[in-house]
Design a protein around this ligand. Structure first.
Ligand code: FES
Length: 160
């Protein structure tokens, strides 16, 4: 869907919901579904169409972790920090990937290629520590193994 179509669709959604109590969060969900994230421009659109202060939209977006303030990267990396993974060194793996991509967890690289998140148990504890890159599961990680995997994705995207 082109951006103008998404904006038109969002305006319809907001018009139907406006004025109904408790509608801001569901409408923000719809906005995230449509636009992929709640960056500043999307927040402004939500505030304008719902006729609420931008500060309210921003406050909700930052309070609930399910809202993303940045567009997701082409490659979504999720490092599991559930107990089984954590005790096997998942935190060191996460730190290594942060260093490699030069971003902190919860962020996207400036070229839009990679997003990095920490997650709860993904149900693959037998393979701990585990990370996923898009739909691919990588298990029994070590810092070195994770580094090799991320390097492979980086070379696929032409990053050094
Ligand atoms: S704790 Fe990581 S997969 Fe279960």
């Amino acid at each position: 869907m082109a951006t103008e179509e998404k904006i038109a669709r969002f305006r319809e959604i907001a018009a139907a919901a406006k004025g109904t109590s408790g509608s801001l969060i569901p409408v923000m969900h719809e906005a995230q579904e449509l636009f992929g994230c709640l960056d500043y421009e999307v927040e402004k659109l939500v505030a304008q169409e719902m006729e609420v202060p931008l500060a309210d939209v921003y406050g909700v977006a930052t309070f609930y972790s399910k809202f993303h303030l940045e567009a997701k990267g082409e490659y979504q990396i999720n490092v599991c920090l559930g107990t089984a993974c954590y005790v096997k060194g998942a935190e060191m793996i996460l730190e290594k990937i942060e260093d490699m991509l030069k971003i902190k967890v919860g962020h996207t690289t400036s070229d839009g290629k990679f997003s990095l998140e920490a997650t709860r148990c993904i149900g693959a504890c037998g393979l701990a520590p585990v990370m996923t890159v898009n739909d691919e599961v990588h298990g029994q990680l070590t810092v070195d193994k994770a580094e090799r995997i991320i390097k492979r994705y980086m070379s696929e995207t032409g990053r050094k």
